[in-house]
Design a protein around this ligand. Structure first.
Ligand SMILES: Cc1cc2nc3c(=O)[nH]c(=O)nc-3n(C[C@H](O)[C@H](O)[C@H](O)COP(=O)(O)O)c2cc1C
Length: 200
């Protein structure tokens, strides 16, 4: 029998692999099945109502290799009604204009295919210039005249300096290159948040 959550990830030099293991441990025994994208198929996604998607960013703003190969096949996965949380690895010092872009690219694609995004994460504590993984809150007026805040994904933010950008990422951002000492605590807080959203 499958676990309650399918965690699908790609990893070129092993960092995302290690973070996926930490996330699985934080959830506790038996809740998460890990699927490496080098071996995953469209059908593997069908077993789960709850998904976690993880990718580092490579090649300056690009998906990790196995995700890049699989990307066109996402169109054949049924994401409708599934809750999907995202995590991304990146390097905010070397790649401040493309920090964790891959997480944003995957979230935009999977959300367009019907996935319900959960588990956004504050940008507080990171310094970078641009990221495709940012979302913002926009005020929208409802028919009864009241105002509500609706999340939308920001594709381009450009202020030209490496700075603290206020807002939220679409999912958990992990920087093993510059802030490895913060990863465990970030995972703990994020997992508690998405556990609730997954109804576990
Ligand atoms: C050639 C190269 C390109 C990279 N490009 C980006 C990038 O555009 N944005 C980013 O946030 N991180 C970038 N990174 C950093 C990686 O995402 C980071 O090291 C990550 O932890 C690697 O994960 P992995 O070991 O699972 O493959 C790059 C690293 C290298 C070596």
């Amino acid at each position: 029998m499958s676990a309650k959550i399918g965690l699908f990830y790609g990893s070129t030099t092993g960092n995302t692999d290690a973070i996926a293991e930490l996330i699985r441990n934080e959830f506790g025994k038996g809740l998460i099945d890990l699927h490496c994208m080098a071996e995953a198929s469209e059908q593997d996604f069908a077993d789960y109502d709850n998904l976690i998607i993880g990718s580092p960013t490579w090649g300056i703003g690009k998906l990790q290799h196995d995700w890049e190969i699989f990307f066109p096949r996402l169109d054949y996965v049924n994401f409708k009604g599934k809750k999907v949380a995202y995590f991304g690895l990146g390097d905010q010092v070397e790649y401040p204009r493309n920090f964790v872009d891959a997480m944003g690219i995957l979230a935009a694609k999977i959300t367009s295919l019907g996935g319900i995004r959960v588990g956004s994460w504050s940008t507080r504590g990171y310094k970078f210039e641009e990221s495709k993984a940012l979302i913002n809150l926009q005020p929208v007026e409802l028919s009864n005249g009241s105002i509500t805040l609706v999340e939308s994904q920001v594709i381009h933010v450009s202020n030209g300096v490496r700075a603290s950008i206020q807002g939220n990422f679409v999912g958990l951002a992990i920087d093993e290159d510059n802030q490895p000492e913060l990863s465990i605590e970030r995972i703990k807080v994020w997992v508690a948040q998405i556990k609730e959203r997954f109804g576990l």
